[in-house]
Design a protein around this ligand. Structure first.
Ligand code: HPA
Length: 245
């Protein structure tokens, strides 16, 4: 069973045939919302809205540990994360979809591990390749099958938020090698790895990052909404095909 974590612009999967909702409790507190079990393209899936179903939880307050733990205990086999991002690389303009292959983590103060010491031995996960390669390939193949353009690879910079970045910060991220910037990719990906859950992401570019593209006047929130609404329709189509594949 596949899990889908939906981000901004995807608080619901309208094409999901819902069978039940489950309020999960975990040793780390409550997930962002009830797990929504259902069928997508006839295949069982679990959906979870990262920011809550009313989109009220900001990126730095998402209980990533509870979310991933709850999905693990729902016995999911893999997690596809959908997250909106700002585009840094020129070809990653509004509406572009990217399956990133690397991460740089700039977040701070988030509860980012299940290994808190105590009785258990110290454990270091291998995170050389933060995303699961077979799952990345499965998403890319699904997009290709649906005729949806999807970029293969990109370096995702995870920033703390909830504010957007300054133009100078984006310049620094670019010098660091980042292609995309978002606020929720970490610690989510690392926690999934800690629990041995294959994890990959579909990043939807909502806007050019600060100081990029035609954003001289700053980032326009009204256009972000329009972009995401259209792009998430394409994401839903791809997700259905991922389920079929
Ligand atoms: N920066 C960080 N996160 C984002 C952005 C951005 O420009 N757009 C959507 N999520």
């Amino acid at each position: 069973m596949l899990a889908i974590i939906g981000g901004t612009g995807l608080t619901q999967l309208s094409t999901l045939e819902i069978t039940r909702r489950e309020v999960a409790r975990t040793p780390y507190g409550e997930p962002s919302g009830a797990l929504t079990f259902g069928k997508l393209a006839e295949k069982p899936v679990v959906f979870l809205a990262r920011h809550g179903y009313g989109h009220t939880i900001p990126p730095h307050q998402v209980n990533y540990r509870a979310n991933i733990w709850a999905l693990k205990h729902a016995k999911v086999s893999a997690i596809v994360s959908v997250a909106s991002v700002g585009g840094i690389r020129p070809e990653f303009g509004p509406g572009a979809m990217v399956v990133p292959n690397q991460i740089i983590d700039y977040t701070w103060g988030r509860k980012s591990t299940y290994f808190e010491g105590g009785e258990s031995a110290v454990h270091h996960i291998d995170f050389t390749h933060p995303y699961d390669e077979p799952l990345r390939k499965r998403i890319l193949a699904a997009a290709a099958a649906m005729g949806e353009a999807m970029y293969d690879g990109g370096v995702y910079a995870a920033t703390q938020g909830p504010r957007l970045e300054t133009a100078a910060e984006i310049n620094r991220l670019e010098r660091d090698g980042a292609d995309l910037v978002g606020m929720t990719g970490m610690p989510e990906a690392a926690l999934a790895r800690e629990l041995n859950l294959p994890y990959a992401a579909i990043n939807v570019v909502a806007n050019f990052a600060a100081g990029r593209g035609a954003s001289e006047t700053g980032i326009q929130f009204s256009s972000i909404e329009v972009v995401l609404q259209e792009a998430m329709m394409r994401v839903r189509r791809v997700l259905e095909e991922v389920c079929r594949s």
